[in-house]
Design a protein around this ligand. Structure first.
Ligand code: ZN
Length: 256
């Protein structure tokens, strides 16, 4: 098996069956770690694009996000229809959120949707809008749009509307509902979700101390100049995987 020279993680190229197995292990691990972090909850989901155009991996409607294994993940086609999965399982109601974003964003290979209360609160008040205040939130310097329809994204039409709101950005809020974070791979998605919630919680605290001082354009440019995204993702993925392994959260045979 090839390995990624920066991280020693298995590279995601080569035999499609091998790639799918690695992606299954990454999605299961990412889900368990985000659940442990209090970011995902009982009805949130993580998806990953399969490289052969078949569609994507995602949790089913019923599978617990706290006890997920690679083999129980569903394969859905690009329209969100289940192609394979355990008997009796079905895609989550909001599978269209994933399908429609992956359809129009070729730069995105992994999507997370969750309902984190402290982050959602920024859509509930006529107060400050969520903006980058912490250094790693420069990831969202282009903006964090708010989708105004609080409905479940349970149809292709609603999925397309949300993908339109997201546009070329890397995250969006759904009013009175939750968040969407997108990234180029599953490891980057985990780290972005952690930083996205950290930024929201920091801003929630900061606005109570005094007038907000969000990162300005100069500060964002300075931080971006030094940031090595691949290296940062690899470092934090190693940290969170190591922590989760020590907690017994991840199965030892998973190649992460
Ligand atoms: Zn939702």
């Amino acid at each position: 098996m090839n390995t990624d020279v920066r991280t020693d993680r298995p590279a995601l190229d080569g035999d499609p069956a091998e790639v799918e197995l690695r992606l299954r292990e990454q999605v299961a691990a990412c889900t368990l770690m985000l659940n442990e972090q209090g970011i995902l909850g009982y009805s949130c989901h993580v998806s990953a694009r399969l490289p052969d155009g078949r569609g994507f991996l995602i949790q089913s409607f019923d599978q617990s996000r706290a006890a997920l294994t690679p083999e129980v993940l569903l394969v859905c086609d690009p329209d969100g229809r289940m192609l394979s999965g355990p008997d009796g399982q079905r895609p989550p109601a909001e599978v269209y959120l994933h399908a429609e974003i992956l359809r129009v964003r070729p730069d995105v290979n992994a999507v997370a949707h969750f309902h984190h209360d402290r982050t959602t609160v920024f859509t509930l008040a006529d107060g400050p809008q969520l903006v980058p205040v912490k250094n790693h939130a420069v990831r969202w310097a282009s903006g964090i749009p708010v989708h105004r329809d609080p409905s479940h994204v349970n149809s292709a039409e609603r999925g397309r509307a949300l993908a339109h709101t997201l546009g070329a950005h890397h995250a969006a809020l759904i009013r009175a509902h939750g968040q969407v974070v997108v990234a180029e791979n599953v490891a980057a998605l985990l780290i972005d979700c952690v930083h996205f919630v950290e930024n929201a919680e920091a801003m929630y605290d900061a606005v109570r101390l005094g007038p907000l001082l969000p990162l300005n354009e100069e500060e964002i440019a300075m931080f971006q100049q030094d940031l090595k995204r691949d290296r940062h993702v690899a470092k934090l993925w190693t940290y969170y995987v190591g922590r989760a392994r020590a907690q017994g959260l991840l199965q030892p045979q998973w190649s992460l």
